[in-house]
Design a protein around this ligand. Structure first.
Ligand code: ATP
Length: 431
């Protein structure tokens, strides 16, 4: 199994993810996405949006503000209940979540190796909302960076119903940043203090049969989506939340977990939120046919963009005898194609390659490399997961065709320059 260290090293070396504020020594729980990482993450979000919004008549999108009226968080119950149980090691004062027994055991072991026996303080509830102070005069308004993107959807429920043609059952989808003052950020980007979520709130009639039907449907849809983009089904599993671990809003919850180097770990939750949020915000829905007024129930799919990005990287990474390959699905790959002139000092080859590069960049991200030998250029593209490399050589000047090399098989074939963009668009499923 790929180790987390291998991915952390690749991410830094190839420009996927850097520690936040790196030149100032970093800051715990914050990460910056580099030139490759930003493309990977953007492709992931675009694919999600295409599947969850663009291709569905029953879902619309939204982009709500990060900072909301603090009353939202009082009504939603977050100022009271959005908390994790914190315990402190009495030997070294390090803090942990008492609901993560694996992490507690690991810490106990580090002390046991020094002949010490850990005892813990009593658990205290620690609220995860990050406060911000707004305004210029004292007292300033205490607001919060949103701890989940969900509430932006609920407070706009009436606006969306009034301004679009949605009818139950329907969903509102959103992608955006969330912030949590996590007690133990760690495992690279897995637990960060700033992260992105991609969520669907799907509103249904308040009936057990309806809610169960949609809950099962969305569980399957979400799993299928991850598998369609390259995660092996055997590396995914559903885990049902026990009664005592469910969030304050949830009637039923399942996590989608990935078989990661640090154990099976949640990266998406499917939640039955019932009428918790809409009734807290005093919002109802009027059936346009029957005029009946009621509070819909909500089935939520809440995925982490950063956790999914990390797991796609782990899944794609493979070490072969002579190369490291990131076997990302072409739809997710940061660069779809790389274009190389065979040598950099032949203007005819460079000019021809530039024309091809410019034509292809009309459709997708294309890498350009003219340094060193071709073999090294292939290896560099393999490490960032570029599915195809195009080489412009002397024969190109004669027969107007190029060599296309496939990342996974390393096989090469000749393709006519005039057919090149259609050739790749077909492979990418966009033609
Ligand atoms: P955990 O138990 O790991 O703290 P959670 O159950 O609190 O997660 P949810 O509130 O269900 O998480 O959030 C939905 C999704 O948002 C998670 O499945 C995850 O992908 C993402 N997420 C939540 N917290 C973080 C975080 N601190 N860093 C990165 N992603 C996160």
């Amino acid at each position: 199994m790929t180790s987390l260290d291998e991915i952390v090293a690749l991410c830094k070396r190839r420009g996927f993810i850097y520690p936040g504020s790196d030149i100032y020594g970093g800051i715990t729980g914050f990460w910056d996405y580099g030139p490759m990482g930003v493309e990977l993450k953007r492709n992931l979000k675009n694919e999600w949006w295409r599947t969850m919004v663009q291709s569905r008549r029953d879902v619309v999108g939204l982009d709500a503000a990060i900072i909301m009226n603090p009353d939202v968080w009082t009504a939603s119950g977050h100022t009271k209940a959005f908390a994790d149980p914190l315990v402190e090691c009495k030997i070294c004062n390090q803090r942990f979540r008492s609901d993560k027994p694996q992490e507690l055991r690991a810490h106990e072991e580090t002390h046991a190796n020094k002949g010490e026996k850990v005892s813990w303080t009593e658990p205290k509830q620690f609220n995860l909302l990050t406060e911000v102070l707004l305004g210029v005069t004292e007292p300033k308004l205490t607001a919060y960076l949103r701890g989940e993107i969900t509430q932006g959807v609920f407070v706009n429920f009436a606006n969306v119903v009034a301004s679009s043609r949605v009818k139950l059952p329907f969903g509102i989808a959103q992608i955006g940043k969330a912030f949590r003052n996590e007690i133990t950020p760690g495992n690279f980007t897995f637990r960060s203090r700033e992260f992105e979520q991609m969520e669907l709130e799907f509103f249904v009639k308040p009936s057990d049969a309806e809610a169960d039907k949609w809950f099962d449907y969305w569980m399957e849809e979400r799993k299928k989506w991850y598998v369609s983009l390259g995660i092996k089904a055997e590396n995914l599993k559903f885990r049902k939340h026990e009664d005592n671990e469910r969030a304050h809003y949830a009637r039923k919850a399942f996590d989608i977990e990935y078989n990661s180097p640090f154990g099976w770990s949640e990266f998406e939750g499917i939640h039955h939120r019932g009428d918790w949020d809409l009734s807290r915000h005093k919002l109802t829905y009027k059936d346009p046919q029957t005029n009946e007024e009621f509070t819909p129930w909500v089935i939520e799919t809440s995925g982490g963009v950063d956790r999914a990005t990390l797991f796609f990287l782990l899944e794609a990474y493979r070490k072969e005898e002579k190369r490291i390959v990131l076997g990302l699905h072409p739809k997710l790959a940061p660069m779809k194609v790389a274009v190389f002139p065979l040598v950099a000092n032949k203007p005819e080859l460079v000019d021809k390659a530039k024309t091809i590069y410019e034509e292809l960049t009309k459709y997708f991200m294309v890498a350009w490399d003219e340094r060193g030998n071709i073999g090294k250029r292939y290896l560099a593209q393999d490490e960032i997961g570029t599915p195809w490399c195009v080489t412009v050589d002397y024969a190109t000047l004669e027969d107007d065709s190029v060599t296309v090399r496939d990342r996974d098989t390393t096989k090469q074939e000749r393709v006519k320059v005039t057919e090149l963009s259609g050739y790749f668009q077909k492979l990418l499923g966009i033609l």
